[in-house]
Design a protein around this ligand. Structure first.
Ligand code: ZN
Length: 288
């Protein structure tokens, strides 16, 4: 049995019901989390994070594109993660080669249906990388996508799941990221990482959103940054402001009030319109 839930979130990016069919932990025979670990704390997600399991690709994929194979694969990954000392599966969702989506860490589905996530263990922050990975839903995709191209069925279920998550958790499709944006890793593979702009575009289309193509790129260079923006470009902005003697607060990739005030101070000192919005002129003055 799979769970099909209709969920409507009327603000922001939440224009779509949660249409992804997620097989819950109780339906694939998950072990209980380690004693004392659950329920996991509830977090506010900022991103949707894409991984690959680095397993064999079809025709030698672990799940063999079947439902039973998918459940067996989920049990195997959980066992492996717990043997490595995790409290439970590290990720929140698993998307198999057959297009089956399985809940990872216990409580993940219930949390995202409420617009939240559970504290997980799939994308720890390494120096110079984005923060907030383990507070955001992580999707493991069965396979190794360094060069192998994901088959259509698995791609379609990934798009459906990402759109459902962006909608229910009110996350911009521009904030669909790869594991390598958070940690020093090759995950989710060069090919899949290179497909993230297409994934963001397809998710935006599904949600009926108009997002400029620059904002969908992995390394946007002409993106407008303002209060509420986040991501690697904001970290770069914060570093450059600090280098110029301004004080945007922590280099955390989040364009909050401190960064806003620092941008205005910078703009005033360079005789730019002090609107707190980082467009082409402010970028150029900063050397971005
Ligand atoms: Zn990963």
């Amino acid at each position: 049995m799979t769970v099909f839930v209709l969920f409507q979130n009327l603000k922001g990016y939440g224009s779509m019901p949660f249409t992804a069919k997620v097989i819950k932990t109780s339906e694939w025979g998950a072990q209980s989390p380690k004693v004392g670990a659950s329920p996991f704390s509830i977090t506010t997600p900022q991103y949707v994070i894409v991984h690959h399991t680095a397993n064999n690709n079809p025709p030698n994929d672990p799940s063999q594109r079947t439902l039973d194979g998918a459940k067996q694969f989920a049990r195997g990954i959980q066992k492996d993660h717990m043997n490595r000392g995790f409290s439970d599966s590290g990720h929140n969702f698993l998307n198999t080669t057959g297009g089956f989506v399985l809940e990872g860490r216990h409580g993940s589905l219930e949390a995202v249906l409420k617009g939240r996530c559970v504290q997980s263990a799939h994308a720890a922050q390494d120096p110079g990388k984005l923060a907030g990975g383990n507070q955001s839903p992580g999707i493991e995709n069965e396979g190794n996508f360094m060069t192998f191209q994901m088959e259509q069925k698995q791609w379609d279920s990934l798009v459906e799941l990402c759109a459902s998550l962006c909608s229910s958790c009110n996350i911009s499709p521009a904030n669909i990221r790869g594991h390598r944006d958070f940690s020093s890793t090759q995950c989710p593979g060069d090919w899949l990482y290179g497909q993230l702009p297409r994934l963001r575009q397809e998710v935006a289309d599904k949600l009926g959103l108009q997002i400029t193509s620059a904002n969908l790129n992995n390394n946007p260079t002409d993106q407008i940054l303002k209060l509420g923006s986040n991501g690697p470009e904001v970290m770069k902005l914060q570093r450059l402001l600090i280098a110029q003697g301004f004080q945007p607060g922590a280099v955390d990739g989040i364009f909050g009030e401190n960064t806003h005030v620092a941008v205005i101070a910078f703009q005033k000192s360079f005789n730019l319109t002090p609107d707190g919005i980082v467009g082409a002129k402010t970028r150029s003055a900063l050397g971005m």
